[in-house]
Each structure stands twice: as C-alpha cells, then as structure tokens.
Design a binder for this molecule. Sequence first.
Ligand code: MTE
Ligand code: MO
Length: 536
Amino acid sequence: MDGRERAVFGWAATAVVWLVGILAAAPLVGGHPLAVAAQVVIEASPGAVATLAIETLGAAAQPALMAGIAIAAVAAAAGIAAFTEGYGPTRSQERYLATGVSILVVVLTAVGFRAAGDGVFWRWTLATALALAPPGLLRLASGGHRPSVGRRRTLRNLGGAVGLAAGGAIAARSLGRPATSGDGPQPGESLDAVAEKRDEGTTTPDSGRTATPPRTGEILESRSTTENVVVSVAEPDADPAFGYDFAGMPAAVGTAADHYVVDKNVSNPSVDAERWSLSVRGAVQESYDLSFSDVVTHPEARDMTVTTACISNSVGGDLISTAEWRAVPVRALLEEAGVPDAAEDVVTLAADGYTEAIPWDAVSDREDIVLAVGMDGRTLPKEHGFPARLLIPGRYGMKSTKWVEAIEVSAGDHEGYWEARGWVEEAVVNTLSYVRSVQRRGDRVAVGGVAYGGRRGIDGVEVSFDGGDTWADATLEDPPSPHAWRRFRHVAELPDSGPKDVVVRATDGTGERQTSEETGAHPGGSTGWHSVTVSL
Ligand SMILES: Nc1nc2c(c(=O)[nH]1)N[C@H]1C(S)=C(S)[C@@H](COP(=O)(O)O)O[C@H]1N2
Ligand SMILES: [Mo]
C-alpha cells in the first residue's frame, strides 16, 4: 500500500468502526442514528419513490435503505481521504477539513442518539461517547489524520477498536433501556390482568393461548409456490370432503403472531401505557383524556373478528390477516366529548407522526369503526400498535392508525400520511379471492383459499382448472364475523396429474363479480383474478 491507499483504507476502516460503535451503543437508548437517518429519508422522499421502494423491495426496503446509508458513510470517508491525499491541500487546510468532518460526525451521532430514544440526557450522551470512543482511539493510535504506520500495527489498532466497541456493547446492554417504565401494562399482556390491575393494583401474567387449526390427511408431498400457494399430495384415503383446514389453508381467525405487519417505521415507537393517555379533542364540545385502563374497561368494549389487508398487497399476496380484537367504537368515545354538526373528519394522530382521517359521517354511522386495545385476549403486541390502534373494517389497513395518541375532530378535510403520497383517500377494499392451497387425495383435487369483499361481503367463489374456460362454484364457509373474510374450497375429480391452470374469482354481496382487470397496488389496491399453474 502506498500512502494514499493507506489513508483511504484508514478512513474507510474508521467509518466502519464508527458504524460498529453506533450499533454497539444502540441498546442504551433503544435505537440508533442509522435508523433515524433511514426514517428521515423515508419520510422526506416523494410518495412515488417511497411507493416504488415498497412495491419492488417490500419488507426489505427499510433494511436495504439502512445498508445503503452505511455504505454511503464508508464511501464518503474513503472519498475524503482520497481527495486530501490526491489534491495535496496544505497541512492547515487538511487540519480544517479533519476538524470539520470530526465535528459533523460528533454532532450527527449525538443528534441521532437523542432522536432514536426517549431523549434522556445521560443515555444519549453516554451512547454518543461509547459509539465515538472506538473510531476516536483508532484515529489517535494510527497517527491522527495522516497515517504513517505499518500494516501490522494498523491491524492491531483495528482489533483494539473493535474490542473497545464490544466492551461498549456489553455496557450498553447492561444499562439497556427497558421497553416501558414501571410495572404498567406491557405489550402482549393478558387483558384480564389489566382490568384486574385497575381494581386491585396487581398484575398476574398468564401464558398465551394458541389456536392451531387441525390438519386432516397425512401429507405425502408438499411445496409452496411463489404465489403463496401450498401444493400437496395427501394419502388417497384421507377424508374425501377435505374440510377447510388442509395444508396451506389459513385459520379462519388467525393469531397476533401470524398477523402481517406493515408500517413506515424503521423502528416502531415504544409507548409506555402507564404514561399514555388518549386525547379526545379538536372541534368537540369538551375535550377529555382517557387512560389505558379506561379504554380497556370501557362499557362498550367488545370482541370483534376483523380482516385487514394492506393496500400495497399484490394479487394473492400475504399482506392480509384476520384476528380477534378487543375494541371500543370510536363514536362512543366521541359522543362523550360532544361532536357538533360542523364536524367533517375524525383525525387520528400517532406516536410515529402518522395520521389518518375518516369522515365523521362514517364514524357516527358505524359501530364497527373502533379503537382496538387487545388482540387474542391480550394487550396489543408492539408492532400492531400498542397500546391502541384504529380498525376500519372494509377499508385497507392504511386507514387503521397504530400507536394512536389522539382522536381529533376537525371541521375541514385532513390529508392522511399515504394520501399525501398519492394513494387513494377512501381506500375501500377491492373484492378479492386468493388461492392458498391445492391438494390431491387419490383422484380428488381440492382448491382452497380466502375471499374478502369488505363490507359488501362475499356471496360466491368460482374455481377454474383450465385457465378460466370453465368454472365451478366453490363451497363457502360461514364468515367468522361480518367484518371478516370467508374461506372457500372446491373439490373436483381429476385423475390425471398434468398441469392445471387454477384461477379463482369471487362475487360480492351486492352481486358484483370481482374484476378480471389487472392493476397494480398503487394507487387504489391491486385487482385481477389470482391464478396459479400446478402439477400434482
Ligand atoms: N401509526 C401508524 N399506523 C399505521 C401505519 C404506520 O406506518 N404508522 N401503517 C398502516 C398500514 S399501511 C397498514 S397496512 C396497517 C398494518 O397494520 P398491522 O401491521 O397491525 O397489520 O397499519 C397502518 N397503520
Ligand atoms: Mo398498508
């Protein structure tokens, strides 16, 4: 290595050690500047870019963005080193540059750690110090801004810096920020315990309940296709009626653990339910606040089975789930505050800065527009919006604000987070039917799946084995609730094992057939018939 190469390597290595130090110190505040930077990029990027990233990268978009930012930081360090070595600025110019870069790095690290956590002074300052110590010492040990040491010593210095970062990681972990303070309600805790605690002031955690659907028929062969379809062959003498629970079929009502998760966040807000309160305010007669246990024990709280789907889901995609929620009608919360005739929108504001709105007319009309505080009989998991989130059956998931902190009545039209990025405002779900399973039992082949038509409901599902030339009516299971999808299956006598072009289409409760027109998710949700070619 000549001097220039060594400088470039030295600065790039310092940047890498800086990133390692940042990640090592992260547990101290419960987040890190890299995630904050990614969040700033996501929120500042134009809707079209954010949407493209979601559509092409899906759930990988956020980690990919963080990786990109990390690589850019290392490249910038190498670039600065190449510049100073290549253009030979004077010693004093070089010192100015090094000082400037150092100050920038210190400020970015500190601001990032402050923003990543709850802003407690000693936590973010200590995290900043822990993160900056390894790269700082690496620079000092390698002779400041003009490295002139041998390779062996460089490697030794690097090893020392990484060791220092490891020490920082241990320190950060042991001082780690608890998810919430005190012994208030935690995500995923028994709802009964929360209600009891309100009465007695104690909490008794219990073990979760699980609902694994029974599977029928021994599976001889099974594979999953890219279309989220499980194709399998069961014993020929397995129950010829199939039921609705054969391999690949989702449970009619799923659990919190298998519910899809979508949000704009690199890391989700940690809300302390003990300190949280729901503010009901805006253009109302009297604003008021509710505590978490006020909502949990609300007289109108009820259990509700609801299907939600993300508007960015592709035809046949897995961003659709059904769960049992504990929830309180939003109109019950608002009526207590008194809503004037001039009210237009009911705006929900969230801890992550997300907002959504739904017309007051819809809220006052519908008992099923609710604020949910529980799932599967427990408090919400953090990723589903602990401690409280909205649910609007029949609208895409984007309308269902998670981590709600305030419900605000507005006299004007409010533009929601995704609406501002070019997605439709109303987000009424398009009628859909997805194949989830194709199974052979002897000469009989069953196609099974789910169909959802929002508030219109589902009246029928048809299945084709020949790419849509001929159709047969599927058998439908009763929906688990008026707010949920319906499972279907169709069994046909098909002795030959050649390729089958399976297609499904639904008819909603108004008698309208699901459109065959294929559209992408943006801006109003995907449409088109789900089809999959299988051989079994
Ligand atoms: N606060 C907040 N709420 C949000 C989002 C978000 O990014 N922030 N994403 C929305 C979107 S696009 C969807 S599809 C649903 C997903 O809810 P889930 O993760 O509980 O399934 O949350 C919605 N609510
Ligand atoms: Mo979504």
